[in-house]
Write a protein that binds this ligand. Sequence first.
Ligand code: SAM
Ligand code: SF4
Length: 327
Amino acid sequence: MTENIDRFGRKITYLRISVTDRCNFRCIYCMPASGVRWRPHSEILRYEEIIRVVRAAATLGIKKVRLTGGEPLVREGIIDLVGDLSNIAGIDEITLTTNGSLLRRYARELAHAGLKRVNISLDTLRPDRFRRITRRGSLEDTLTGIHAAQEAGLVPIKLNAVVMRGINDDEVPDLAELARDGFQVRFIEWMPIGKSNEDFASRFVAADEVRSRIEEALGPLEPLREEGPARVYRLPGVSGEDGQIGFISTFSSPFCATCNRIRLTADGKLRPCLLSPIEIDVKKPLRSGASDEEIVALIASSIERKPLSHGVANDAPRDRQMSQIGG
Ligand code: SAM
Ligand code: SF4
């Protein structure tokens, strides 16, 4: 059965799953400094529940699953989850988005369990800034984690940077240069989600400005392709697969027309769009004896209700942090 075409003709093949709202960092654009209240374990989907949802989604034509959070690697048993998901018929690819801090410990096991690739957040190459942005992380741990992911073959690695004026915008060319070493470096526009955005207006940097700053420093970028939400370019003087830079302009120029994804929040809500408030509860049905057909129907209805586009400014969720929805 394939019922994954939405009302606007978009083929939905990609499910992003937040496996936890918890995190060992408190990035300034993602979480408040303190007072974050984690949801109790009982409210978070159990692994067997996630597996049921993914099995059901696969029958509708979902082929790719990305695990995210919060920080997915802080949840115990994540390796087994990767292994179980990678055995589901129809799921071609399991990937993971992480802050990298625990990859040194887990990269190899994740690869053995069937994980294909990782996206790693890296907003700065300066240890003091890393601390300031993440409020508790260590640059060294994340760099070691990136290296461990390379060694484990979780490649090509995408490095995600959120650019903020006056905080890390002067490092844009330095971060872009990492693309020469085989990483795809992706610059993500800061989105005003949750309560961590008081200085959003003064700190926001649009993707076009980021691109101009790279071009001023490093020369003209060659447009390559659109890849999901990213517009991908290549640094001058680089050939082959190296030198790729992606821009994700969720705020200034949304990519809704080509969006192919739905999300599952850590507390069991299907979310057809990151920035629209529509949520469909799947946890309660899972816990009150719903049949597989009923779970499939809920996923189909979240595809059906996927909005054509989002108006970030109006729709961006204030009641949920990015870490709760799953970035
Ligand atoms: N903890 C993991 C990490 O940091 O990669 C996975 C979860 S995090 C929520 C996923 C991605 O969302 C990261 O690349 C992070 O930079 C991005 N992110 C978080 N809050 C954001 C915001 N308000 N605007 C734009 N991107 C954001
Ligand atoms: Fe944690 Fe990722 Fe959010 Fe940073 S961006 S606080 S690492 S969930």
